[in-house]
Design a protein around this ligand. Sequence first.
Ligand code: 1PR
Length: 552
Amino acid sequence: MPKVHLLDYVAGNVRSLVNAIEKCGYEVEWVRSPEQVANAESLILPGVGHFGHCLSQLAAAGYVPALRAHIESGKPFMGICVGLQAIWSSSAEDPECAGLGVIPGTLDHFDNTTKSVPHIGWNNASCPANPTLYGMRPDSKYYYVHSYKYPYKKGELESLGWSVATATYGGETFVGAVAKGNVLATQFHPEKSGVAGLRVLRAFLDGSGAKELAANPPQTTINGAGTDELVASKGLTRRVIACLDVRANDQGDLVVTKGDQYDVREKSEGNAVRNLGKPVEMAKQYYEQGADEVTFLNITSFRDCPIADLPMLEILRRTSETVFVPLTIGGGIRDTVDVDGTKISALEIATMYFKSGADKVSIGSDAVIAAEEYYSSGKTLFGNTAIEQISKAYGNQAVVVSVDPKRVYVPRPDVTRHATVKTQFPGPKGEEYCWYACTIKGGRETRDMDVVELTQAVEAMGAGEILLNSIDKDGTNSGFNLELIAQVKEAVRIPVIASSGAGNPGHFQEVFEKTTTDAALGAGMFHRGEYTVQQVKDFLGDKGLVVRQFDG
Ligand code: 1PR
């Protein structure tokens, strides 16, 4: 197998990148010292998390001159995500820290007053001047996750000889990818962008992208065309996520299950755990149907098993070999004691998941406990919570908080200290208001904390996304809890994934049109085979909502 060198300099999920490279028919050779950079022919600089963190790690290990020399030598170089940002001279994320300076300029933050930040999801990488740049296609979509970007200014980079592919998010057009000579850099993650992303990776690995670029050099001046013609149309797609609740059944086999209001046992058949299929196979099926992400929730955390043997690790390893969209894993991410008495931190558990192919971890019960401590200490952050530690090490885009709220009816807002909603669905005694109480342990224990308090606390701690379930709606097929979603969207700036209640494609349309949710998740309707993910996407597309189709 031909080889590509991958720089191993910072914590992060590189397993999916390795899997994607192998899928393209190449073998990874790790670069673990600046001296090894000189031996590399083709080099990839991956990057996750913070610009400053990555660049300071690179500088401290002495990589900066070696990387500059590699780029100047004309050998193939690819930067991904923060690896793209690293080739600029600086970033507002950490103004003190210098980038590689291949491109002059400073990255800045997305405006979060009008939209969720980070920008998470599938968007364009469109280069009208070269519509086949490194296999990128104007109608394909690519997976982005970032808060900082380089704003696109027509002609600026082109005048320096760069070909530029752009995307637009909430009115801001930014650089999605740049290429010049031997250098390709993508803000999106090709390894998480399905078949479209693998095409870009392959064009880098086999040299065809650089060859085609040499034969079709960019225009150095852009005349005539207005900005609108140069930027990608349509932008961010509506994200549809398939969720698999996984647990061991009474025979000890790992199965995908699904509850009704969190009760996963059959009402008949001896109260057995509902078995809807095998996790790895079902994840692959949803990927091929066009799921934009796959989430696994390990709903019982497999409490009696040594952590290193957690069956979910193997499920992730196998899934990440065939599923090239983001994978989230939740359940049991908290400081814990292993079966032999060894203490294991939430960060160590998350690290095992990331190394096994997860892109994000989802924290449930532990987030509620941490939020309680946050308020009882007068909103002080000590840096010791799982959310803070994992987001510091892997970036906040890697930390999802899964919220399991239950509705509590009240006659009037002034009878509770909690943030209430005037509901269209009055309670049993005609109560016209309700608040949403957070629960822990899979809904078994209700705490004196509402969803607004929880989501604002975890946002302050560095969570990057909220997975918003609704116990009242779970498994009911009656549609999403629109009032709850609207309340949480109002409370935070980070993206929110609506979950619980999806029973047909119309429910996805409803949640996207009636709330500002950033993504919507379905489980039971997919597992029971009532609808496929593709049917949901086709339906949304017919209704004029922008979706990504599986790019086979
Ligand atoms: O508390 O950090 O160990 O995490 C446990 C995780 O497991 C949490 O994310 C929690 O939501 C989840 N969980 C625990 N028990 C259950 C259960 O069902 N008994 N599942 C459970 C939560 C809800 C969603 C479901 C949607 C959509 N499942 O994941 O997929 O409600 O369902 P639908 O479309 O069929 O209505 P920790």
